[in-house]
Design a protein around this ligand. Sequence first.
Ligand code: SF4
Length: 299
Amino acid sequence: MIKETEARILYDTESDTYSFKLSAPLSVCWQVTRKCNLNCLYCLSASDCNGEYGLTTEQAIQLIDGLGKIGVNRLDFTGGEPLMRKDLGILIARAKKNNINTIVTTNTLLLNKENIEILKMADLVQVSIDGNEIIHNYQRNANVFKRMITNIKLLQEAGCKIRLNSFIFNSNKQYVDYLMDLSKELGVFSHLFIIFTPQGRGRDHLEEIVPPEEVEQIKERILQRKNDEHRNVRLYDYSEYMHSCVLLTPRGDVVSQGFFEEDSINVGNVFDKPIEELFQDENFSHFTHVVHYLQRRNK
Ligand code: SF4
């Protein structure tokens, strides 16, 4: 099936400037819940066991059908822990029915036979590992490293395509090579390195922001290994992709994400205004959205 998104280039004669506009987002990152079975130190969404559950199943289905209709290509189910929702399988199936590519980010700790079947429905499953056992358990606030590695292997055996996610912050920046070795050893489909951004609980840890000159060195190291080893490795730096990501909160608010939480802008709620209209808000960069999407699609 071919999905269409209209793209326009606008020229302002007064200021002699061009702008690039899409009719709708290509991808949406949806915090389906803010409930989580973990309570990680730097959690971007500040999730925990008391977090809000999210939309009802009926509202969520209505939302997904709307996304399908406007041509959204990819939907990232994130959280919180998406498996905390009892209807995750229904929602992934609905996205597939709408020909939307699905990614689920999970900490894997709720894995059981039934949940493996649900995750198998997704096009890609993302799991975050942030360092060796000590640093990972420290950041996750729990002794979970070994279980998560075991669960990644179980998911791979079940046929899931796995992307390892690794946040890079000051306390773990020396583990880049360790993490590259780990993803190689696990034989995961891809590895995404994300430069730490102080959002959610990360706001209380500004000391973990990696200085820009070191970020450049880290990027060079990752790219060098990626090229030398012909690896499927990606890098994401929030400071480069400001206001490109369409973030949907558990209650349906649409947020244009910045680097600091203070830079992020809530442009309205999908139950008050269609998402394609909210996406036209001047606080979204459609050009960066396209570049970001093309770089990350299913890789
Ligand atoms: S980082 Fe992920 S696993 Fe940790 S509390 Fe946040 S949502 Fe849960």
